[in-house]
Design a protein around this ligand. Sequence first.
Ligand SMILES: Cc1cc2nc3c(=O)[nH]c(=O)nc-3n(C[C@H](O)[C@H](O)[C@H](O)COP(=O)(O)OP(=O)(O)OC[C@H]3O[C@@H](n4cnc5c(N)ncnc54)[C@H](O)[C@@H]3O)c2cc1C
Length: 398
Amino acid sequence: MNLEFTSEEQAFRDEVRTFIAENHPKELGDFGMREDMTREEMVAWHKVLGAKGWSVPAWPVEYGGTGWTPTQRYIWSEENARANTFMPLPFGVSMVGPVIYTFGSEEQKARHLPGIRSGEVWWCQGYSEPGAGSDLASLKTTAVRDGDHYVINGQKTWTTLAQHADWGFFLCRTDPTAKAQEGISFILVDMKTPGVEVKPIKLLDGGYEVNETWLTDVRVPVENLVGVENKGWTYAKFLLAHERSGIAGVARSKRGVEKLREIAANETLDGAPLIKDFDFARKVSQLEIDLAALEITELRTLAGEQAGKGPGPESSILKIKGTEIQQRLTELTLEAVGTYSAPYYGSIANDTGSNEYAVGPAHAQHAAATYFNMRKTSIYGGSNEIQRNIITKMILGL
Ligand SMILES: Cc1cc2nc3c(=O)[nH]c(=O)nc-3n(C[C@H](O)[C@H](O)[C@H](O)COP(=O)(O)OP(=O)(O)OC[C@H]3O[C@@H](n4cnc5c(N)ncnc54)[C@H](O)[C@@H]3O)c2cc1C
């Protein structure tokens, strides 16, 4: 495995860096994610990339992909992390988009792929239910055929950002008599259809990121079935493999460590910069070492992809280590800002409606919210315990 970029790859990196510097909307700043972002802010960069033809790099070229090599895609994500851009959300780009171009009808491709590429249409994922998370195949939402419609009834939960969604992709049971995995279908639902109700779930960080989605006698045209009825589990699993790739967030964590070092250089302990404290510095260094090891593992996976090997069960290793590092980063940031983060527990930092004076330095204001928010990373995309089960079975062969 050659870790040096070729001169072409370096030229590509320069092109990407210049493009981001010149085109990333200035009003977004370099915050990356903020808990109080509006829909318009969240799609602003997506729209710029859509116009440029760079919003769906991993898609086949015939559907609007860029044809970049895995290394170019790696450079792309590194450069975006460097500039802390808010990347296109995964629900359209890396979840339902690939399912539609792989298994969907020509009508579905023509109708849905352009809106995903441009960032005009917002998608949400209706998989999980109150009684079906890790054990997804036990889902109970039903879709019953009635003439040229399905009638959907049930409850989904944890539907991320469904309050903004135009469309959702839902797993529904179409054959209650079949074995768990065999009677499920993958159905596209216009979120404006009567009977779809989205109710907020408030999270520890005070933000509004996830929802309960209730479906009551929702009539959906049969054309919205993707692929073959009762074969939805195949498409659902295909989608989950896409969901997991990129979840390691190495480039973002590298940028996070830089930021942590800056914070720790400004915070003091016993009159000296915190970063000079032996114990704290050791924890930051250990994090950097683990991150470097993860980066090499990711590059090895990329080299495999370049050689034609798809991401296999090793994506579970990337997911576990990547999310543990993301969480440790937020823990150390919280430790670094100490009590200054306390006024922001359970509330969104920089609440624009507030006329209170901010307490502590600017970098303290997001520390608690981010710490709480990032607890999610070891749960979503298949919990880390489930990833360990996959490693045990698929890699260790136990
Ligand atoms: C912030 C956030 C956003 C999400 N967004 C979406 C979304 O947009 N759409 C969507 O459909 N879903 C979404 N999810 C749901 C997510 O996929 C599930 O939370 C996840 O699959 C875990 O399911 P669960 O919450 O029901 O936990 P459970 O499956 O009930 O698990 C509870 C605990 O038991 C452990 N466990 C369960 N089974 C096993 C086992 N066999 N071996 C070992 N340990 C086990 C789990 O690891 C976990 O610690 C989101 C979740 C979060 C937290």
